[in-house]
Write a protein that binds this ligand. Structure first.
Ligand code: ATP
Ligand code: MG
Length: 558
């Protein structure tokens, strides 16, 4: 029987998918994308979105995505960044078809520049940077032509070779495309193609002392790699005509550029320059400080690759700039961890409970479910003894009516274990509660009770003598303002740093938490998701809060 496809379309196509599907309909379905980071910093969540788009489209349409390092500025770049970028892309679950560097193309780009000179489309300019800037004019005022603009082809060729050979100091000459100094698009007013920088390059060493500008290098690199869809962020839309101009002037493979809106997140700063400043000034512990928006920080904080990918999917591919609520990213990690994270018990704000009718020195092991969302995760044993910790918040001396947790004379269920009843509240001289004395119902283990009575409240607990002590790092957004650049007069974005972005407390963990690997998130039942930090060691456990169970921050700050 012929089955009719009545399944609803899962999701509408984004504009890039539409473009690709139109090409497929016309019989040209090849998809070759690239992700082009500049190795001058660590990748952040904005890059993750670009990675998901570029690698995701290639994957969806049976194409390929290259990794191309845009290493045209030798001064700011470093191998440290190259390595971290590769690690982060792989962690996100993607792999590139080939690894390339813009610097691989320096010879070809140079030859093409010579070709443009020969065509009368490029010239060597001796003006200083300042003169060039002044003579560009403004949007309403046309620029002024350089006195060197009409040099002969042979003079330009000679000077350009000598620029390459290192005969001239930094800043003394540039190579410019000869287009139109009165063009309404300022980028067309004889854009600079090459500048002189006598600096060691992390790949080409001292071979070159002239380096191509972004606008000259990027499109040509795309063309060499036969990129079909060169996807970049919106601010590059004014560059697109110039991108096309070089490709046409050189008559090379016609790659095309498409722009999408960059990702902005509330309470988050994504400028690499500013992030570097935070690292250099010690405002954070490093690029991978869990408060940073970098991919390595998210990993350290306990985020899963799947949660970052689903976030990229959720925010979609927009054509207009917008700001996404940080809560959405947290929602995505919460959703994923709910499915995959094992449950454990930990007390972060302890109140000691002594169970007076329980034998001293006795330990019982209770079976606890590792993940109610995944039976295959199995169970574990949790030790119970005469003294336990519970959360201070789970006890109230004078509770309101609907308080179902522990109160004087009241009964509560200890998760996976017994019912206990509060018999006495012990206080110090100042009246602070220091301890509770309770009794337990010996017949109530594992969810039952001696007489079939039911108790509404269930609380988590940890056996005092078995507990693992740990430093717990509670993270809040790094900035106090939705837009960290929103500053009062005389202040800078750094004044918006949140002094409470990291709060350290001592927690008491069930013993099995000693064996959780670094970076793997678990749910502390009723508290949140946490993972061992890279600073954690057997003698000094350190756990990061990945995310709370509920969206508490948004509520407090609204
Ligand atoms: P910065 O300006 O902070 O240095 P960048 O955009 O110059 O960042 P690149 O390394 O050049 O960083 O970026 C690599 C790719 O990632 C580019 O295609 C860029 O458009 C994209 N990208 C960078 N930031 C974002 C963002 N916030 N959202 C989406 N894509 C981004
Ligand atoms: Mg850039």
């Amino acid at each position: 029987m012929a089955a009719e496809n009545t399944e609803p379309r899962e999701k509408s196509l984004n504009f890039l998918e539409e473009i690709i599907e139109e090409s497929i309909a016309k019989g040209d379905g090849r998809v070759q994308t690239r992700f082009p980071p500049e190795p001058n910093g660590y990748l952040h969540i904005g890059h993750a979105k670009s990675i998901c788009i570029n690698f995701g489209l290639a994957k969806k349409y049976g194409g390929k995505c290259n990794l191309r390092f845009d290493d045209t500025n030798p001064v700011k770049e470093d191998v440290e960044y190259v390595d971290s970028i590769k690690r982060d892309i792989r962690w996100l679950g993607f792999d590139w078809a080939v690894e390339r560097y813009a610097s691989d193309y320096f010879d070809q780009l140079y030859d093409w520049a010579v070709e443009l000179i020969k065509k009368g489309l490029a010239y060597v300019d001796d003006q200083t940077q300042e003169q060039i800037r002044e003579n560009r004019g403004t949007v309403s005022v046309p620029g002024t032509e350089s006195p060197w603009r009409n040099r002969s082809v042979s003079e330009n060729l000679d000077l350009f070779v000598r620029m390459k050979n290192g005969e001239f100091p930094d800043g003394s000459k540039v190579l410019r495309a000869k287009i139109d100094m009165a063009h309404p698009n300022m980028l067309f007013r004889d854009p600079i193609m090459y500048r002189i920088i006598h600096a060691e390059h992390h790949r080409t060493g001292s071979k070159w002392c002239i380096y191509p500008m972004y606008d000259y290098a990027h499109g040509q690199s795309d063309s060499i790699e036969k990129i079909t869809h060169s996807i970049c962020t919106l601010e590059f839309d004014v560059h697109r005509p110039l991108y096309d101009w070089f490709i046409q002037a050189l008559d090379i493979f016609p790659s095309h550029q498409y722009e999408f809106a960059r990702l902005n997140l509330t309470y988050t700063m994504m400028s690499k320059r500013k992030l570097l400043k935070l690292v250099q000034e010690g405002a954070v512990m490093g690029w991978d400080d869990p408060r940073m928006p970098t991919i390595c920080a998210l990993r350290r904080k306990g985020y899963t690759p799947a949660s970052v990918r689903s976030f990229a999917e959720m925010v979609g591919v927009a054509k207009r700039d917008n700001v996404i609520d940080l809560g959405k990213l947290e929602y995505c990690v919460r959703e994923d961890l709910n499915k995959v994270a094992e449950r454990r018990m930990a007390v972060l704000n302890p109140l000691k409970v002594v169970i007076t009718n329980y034998e001293e020195g006795r330990t019982e092991l209770f079976e606890a479910v590792n993940n109610p969302e995944n039976e295959a995760a199995g169970t574990r044993k949790v030790p119970f003894s005469r003294e336990i910790y519970i959360e201070r918040d789970d006890f109230m001396e004078n509770p309101p009516k609907k308080f179902f947790r522990l109160q004087p004379g009241g009964e509560v269920r200890l998760r996976y274990s017994y019912l206990i009843k509060c018999e006495e509240v012990v206080k110090d001289a100042e009246g602070n509660i220091t301890e509770l004395r309770c009794t337990y119902d010996p017949m109530s283990g594992g969810g039952s009770s001696s007489d079939g009575r039911r108790v509404k409240g269930v609380i988590h607990w940890v056996s005092v003598k078995d507990a693992a002590e740990a430093e717990i790092r509670l993270f809040n957004p790094l900035f106090t303002k939705e837009n960290p650049d929103d500053v009062e007069e005389g202040q800078t974005w750094e004044d918006n740093l949140n002094p409470e972005s990291m709060v350290k407390v001592t927690g008491y963990l069930e013993p099995s938490l000693r064996d959780i690997p670094v970076g793997q998130a678990v749910q502390f039942e009723r508290v949140g998701y946490f993972c061992p930090d890279t600073d954690s060691a057997p003698g000094h456990l350190v756990f990061n809060r990945t995310v709370t169970l509920k969206d508490s921050w948004a509520k407090i700050n609204k």
